[in-house]
Design a binder for this molecule. Structure first.
Ligand code: DAK
Length: 276
């Protein structure tokens, strides 16, 4: 693949959008390659994914404006569908996906981060939905996911004004879970760049998730996602079924047996969990 790389560290898969010259903007080829990368993830082996952008400056600076500028209505629809299908694939991917946002996350960049389960960002990150300034609406789910993630009023304000926000404001409104700073020594010199610190924090979080029972983690993702689409009476039934589904798994048996044996050391040895 030309614009997407994939590497594995322990049981964590790292997907990197690598089109740095265009600030990792999403053209059709990047969307196709991302789709291929997600399809290629070994879901038996990998417990958590990280999605990030190459370089220090940008996560994803949006959909590719050059490619979009001359689209016909039909081509615009096809491009929109390609993006929406991919973003939905990420959102419903059985394994948790952490967006490690290393700079600009504008338009489609903010939207792809919102299709991930968790967003953590560097202190240099900038989020925004600038589409109305370009004469379009957010088209990769921005109107829907931003309103659900923050609040309808805040989402409307950000989308109608097309105002970009920095990492601290994104954290304050609940768009990101964590902001990671560069490490600086006493002389004020940067010893660990914001990007490296971000990736270290993302990996730490991902490995923490990967150390837990994979069936339980996947079922939690499904319960939260599916439950949010429906009313509480139905949502509770969704949870019940996914809770029940964990029983008779080796993870559940080993996890509970270790607790009952009150053996702290052994309790830690539940990992690696085995599938059913
Ligand atoms: N597309 C294409 N190229 C881009 C780009 C983008 N979104 N963003 C940056 N680049 C390119 C620049 O053209 C430049 O290329 P060269 O001139 O070097 O060849 C290179 O990246 C470096 O950018 P700058 O020179 O502009 O760098 P600066 O540091 O000065 O500025 C910036 C950084 C991020 C503030 C600026 O590049 C910028 O404003 N970029 C555009 C951000 C933006 O408006 N993004 C939202 C795009 S709209 C749809 C579904 C979804 C969408 C559309 C349709 N359908 C359902 C059909 C999504 C829409 C969007 O995402």
């Amino acid at each position: 693949m030309e614009f997407v790389t994939y590497e594995v560290q322990d049981r964590v898969g790292i997907i990197t959008i690598n089109r740095e010259k265009a600030l990792n903007a999403l053209n059709s080829q990047v969307l196709d390659e991302l789709n291929e990368a997600f399809d290629g993830v070994d879901q038996g082996e990998i417990r958590c994914l990280i999605l990030t952008g190459a370089g220090e400056k940008s996560f994803v600076a949006g959909a590719d404006i050059g490619e979009m500028s001359n689209l016909t209505k039909a081509e615009g629809e096809a491009f929109g569908k390609k993006g929406n299908d991919l973003f939905r694939k990420i959102e419903t991917f059985p394994i948790p996906v952490i967006a490690a946002v290393n700079g600009f996350a504008l338009g489609g960049g903010c939207e792809i981060s919102m299709s991930c389960d968790i967003r953590i960002c560097s202190e240099t990150a900038v989020f925004g939905q600038p589409e109305v300034g370009l004469g379009i609406t957010p088209g990769f789910g921005g109107t829907q996911r931003l309103a659900r993630l923050v609040s309808p009023g805040m989402a409307k304000q950000l989308i109608y004004t097309a105002r970009n926000i920095k990492a601290d404001e994104a954290y304050r409104i609940g768009l990101v879970n964590q902001v990671v700073k560069a490490e600086v020594n006493e002389a004020g010199e940067v010893t660990v760049s914001a990007k490296d610190a971000l990736m270290a924090a993302a990996l730490k979080m991902a490995k923490g998730i990967a150390a837990n029972a994979p069936i339980a983690v996947r079922n939690c993702k499904k319960a939260i996602n599916d439950g949010l689409q429906t009313d509480m009476d139905k949502a509770i039934v969704i949870e019940e079924k996914l809770f029940g589904d964990c029983f008779e798994t080796e993870d559940q048996k080993a996890g509970m047996a270790n607790f009952l044996e009150k053996d702290k050391e052994k309790k830690l040895k539940v990992v690696p969990f085995k599938n059913k």
